[in-house]
Structure formats: C-alpha cells, structure tokens
Design a protein around this ligand. Structure first.
Ligand SMILES: Cc1cc2nc3c(=O)[nH]c(=O)nc-3n(C[C@H](O)[C@H](O)[C@H](O)COP(=O)(O)OP(=O)(O)OC[C@H]3O[C@@H](n4cnc5c(N)ncnc54)[C@H](O)[C@@H]3O)c2cc1C
Length: 386
C-alpha cells in the first residue's frame, strides 16, 4: 500500500512558495498554498528577473554554490513550464555588462575577474571601443567594461503565470485572499495554520514562505527570523527592440532589456517599512543614472512604474530549512535581491528535505537560527528611513 502523502501548508504564494508547492506535489506530498492576496503579486512579480546576484563576489562561497546550482536548473525549468503550460518565462541569455567610467566610486574590476575565474563564469574584459561596439548607446566617456555573456534573465510575471498554470494543472490546492494569523499546535508540534477569518487548515508540516512578511510572522509566534522589507522601485521604458541588448549594471542602477524592446530601470534600495508607492526622488535618481550611462535612451517613453518589497536578510543570505525550536515548521525566505535566481534550488532542496532527503549542498550558512554574517555591503541599506 502506498504511504499516505504528507500535507504541507505553505504560507505565501510568491515564487518561493509556488515552486516549492509544485516540487512537493511531484514528490507525492499534498501542498496547500495559503496566500493573503493573489498568488504571485508581491516581490516575485515586481522584481527585475536578473539571474545573477548583484556583485556576487561580495558574498561567501557557499552562496555562489547555491546560485550556481539554481541557475543550472533554469533551462530545464523553462522547458518544463513551456511544454506543460504553453507559457514561456522568457529565459534569455542576454548577458550582463558592467561598464566603467572615470568617476566610478568603487572599482570592482579585479574582484569581479577573480571571482569569475574561481567559479568558472565566462567573462570578457572590453576596452572603451569594444564596450561601445557591444552597446552603442553607452556614454562617450566609458573607459571599458566587463561582460558575462552567459548571464540570463526571466520575465517575472510570465514565470509566475506559468507556475500558476502548472499548479492548477497539477491540482495543487490554492487558497487566496486568506491571511495566516498563527500556527496550530498539537502536543508541541505544528499541525497546521490558523487563518485571520477563523478557519483552520490542518497539515503535517508548515512552510513559511511569506517573503518580506516572514520576519513579522515569525516574531508573532515567538521565533527570531530577521527578515525585513527592503523596498525597490522600478520604471519601465518602452524602447525599440535591440536598442539595448545586455543587462547593464552600474553602481546602484541597472537596466534590463526585454526581447520586445521594453527596458526595466531599477532599482531603489529603501528601508521604509511597508510604505508603498513610487516617489519623485527615487524615480528621478534612477532616470538620472539612465541618462548618465545610456544618454541615447533619454527620449524613450516611460510606460509604467511599480515597486515591491524584497525580503531582506541582514547579510543578504536566505533562510532555508527546519526551525528546530518549532518542530514541523520550515522556512524558505529572506532571499533578498536573489529570490527569483534562487527559487529553483530553494524549491528543490526544501521539498526533498521535507520529504526526508537531506540537501546535497552544505546548508549550514542558510539555516534558520544561524549566525547572521556581518556584511553590511550586501545586507540592509545602512540608512533606515524615518
Ligand atoms: C524591485 C525589485 C527587484 C528585484 N530584482 C530581482 C532580480 O533581478 N533577481 C532576483 O533573483 N530577485 C530580484 N528581486 C528579489 C525577488 O523578487 C525576491 O527575493 C523574491 O521574489 C521573493 O519571493 P518570495 O516568494 O519569498 O516573496 P513574495 O513574492 O513577496 O511572496 C510572499 C507572499 O506571501 C504572502 N503573505 C505574506 N504574509 C502572509 C500571511 N500571513 N498569510 C498568507 N500569505 C502571506 C504575500 O502576500 C506574498 O504573496 C527583486 C525584488 C524587487 C522588489
């Protein structure tokens, strides 16, 4: 007789919760996603979809190993989703360029080259002429650039639409417009979740994947999980296809060209709690960076703007694994600026782990309850707003 599938209540229907649900289902378990709003409409929708950490050389090596394992899964995921749902997440190896300018505040060139060589990331060093040959719209005083031709991107809303479609196809239970307010306890073990409207969802285990809200939820049940919202604003331009071909990243700004000519301009880094909305100052700063670096795009139309809350951990590293002081509770959260890039490996590891197979990678740096590293450069922005 087949073993009874284990029912897992997942708090949060972002990319982490949704992909984990799918993988749990594939392992024969019974996931139920409980989402306060609509599936995949928070950070996972808002993000830029760059599949490479911003300045990965600033992170510990274990993080790069996690990233590498995750990025290797994207071609397969793209294929799987496209075949099963007919929706392509538009995984595209557009390449990443970091141009250099005479007035650069920090020179990351050597650190970037060393890191690339150590981890086998293909990188090319370009002089000024070559850089402008690759991206003709770059400002005239570009002194050179580094290019990683294999770096890819996805379109977040399409990735989420595909994952949503596959969850429906696989008949994964999804409860939307339902806020989890607490956990059900049965003799010292988590036995499901309580909803704000009074309903109870019984389960054998609970996965906390509530993005930026995970920290507050954990605190409400007496657990320390230092995940805080780091707001990011984005402006969407409607350009000509091919005007920009690489993801261009410089200092605090980045520009992400989609295949249809749209260009994402991002992204602010703000500690303002859950204050929503786009602001004059941050949008202006991003557009100033655009016209400084790519002046040829100054006449491009603005189509839309939005914002989201990155689930920030103080050292930029996610929390993935069981919560020892609360048997039956698991966490997959705090992915900060890399939650889309890390979603495939997070879902793979957490689903198998919950099903009884320990991770192949060393996860000690990512465990809930771990020591948080002192790395202000990649963690929360220093300025906490009033
Ligand atoms: C502007 C911006 C740019 C970004 N760019 C990139 C990038 O280029 N590459 C990259 O990899 N990452 C990027 N990120 C980060 C990435 O988007 C996140 O790390 C990732 O989406 C986190 O996914 P998540 O599922 O943990 O959180 P979310 O997508 O926020 O999902 C959490 C869900 O939990 C729900 N929830 C919360 N509390 C409860 C509750 N009590 N009960 C029920 N449901 C609840 C929320 O409604 C939400 O839907 C960016 C983020 C932003 C904002």
């Amino acid at each position: 007789m087949a073993a009874t599938p284990v029912r897992v209540a997942i708090i949060g229907g972002g990319i982490i919760g949704c992909l984990s649900a799918w993988r749990l289902k594939q392992l024969g378990m019974q996931p139920v996603i409980v989402e306060r709003g609509q599936l995949g409409r928070e950070s996972s929708w808002a993000g830029a979809g760059i599949l490479c950490p911003i300045q990965p050389w600033l992170y510990p090596d274990d993080f790069t190993r996690l990233v590498d394992a995750s990025l290797a899964m994207f071609p397969g995921l793209q294929q799987e989703l496209s075949v099963l749902t007919g929706i392509s997440p538009e995984w595209l190896q557009s390449g990443l360029m970091i141009p250099f300018f005479p007035d650069d505040a920090v020179d990351h060139r050597q650190a970037a080259l060393d890191w690339s060589q150590r981890f086998g990331w293909q990188v090319r060093e370009l002089d000024a002429v070559q850089a402008r040959h690759h991206e003709p719209l770059l400002a005239g005083d570009t002194s050179g650039a580094l290019v990683w031709p294999e770096v890819a991107q996805v379109r977040n809303p399409r990735l989420l639409a595909a994952v949503h479609a596959v969850l429906e196809k696989e008949q994964v239970e999804i409860i939307e417009q339902a806020e989890v307010s607490g956990l059900i306890d049965a003799a010292g073990r988590v036995a499901g979740v309580e909803l704000a409207d009074g309903r109870a969802i019984h389960a054998d285990a609970v996965l906390l994947a509530a993005g930026s809200w995970s920290g507050g939820f954990a605190e409400s049940i007496g657990i320390s999980l230092p995940v805080k919202p780091v707001k990011g604003q984005i402006v969407l331009l409607k350009g000509e296809p091919g005007a920009l071909t690489h993801i261009v990243k410089h200092d605090r700004a980045y520009f992400v060209p989609r295949a249809d000519g749209r260009i994402l301009v991002g992204a602010s880094m703000e500690m303002v709690g859950f204050r929503t909305g786009n602001t004059v100052a941050e949008v202006q700063a991003m557009l100033n960076a655009l016209t400084r670096l790519l002046p040829g795009l100054a006449d491009t139309s603005i189509e839309q703007q939005w914002m989201g809350f990155r689930p920030g951990s103080p050292d930029g590293l996610p929390f993935i694994g069981p919560v020892h002081e609360c048997p039956g509770l698991w966490v997959a959260s705090g992915h900060y600026r890399n939650g889309v890039a890390l979603a495939p490996i997070t879902a793979h590891i957490i689903s198998r782990w919950m099903a009884g197979t320990p991770p192949e990678l060393d996860m000690s740096r990512f465990l809930p309850g771990r020591t948080v590293l002192d790395s202000a450069k990649i963690g929360f922005p220093a300025q906490a707003a009033a």
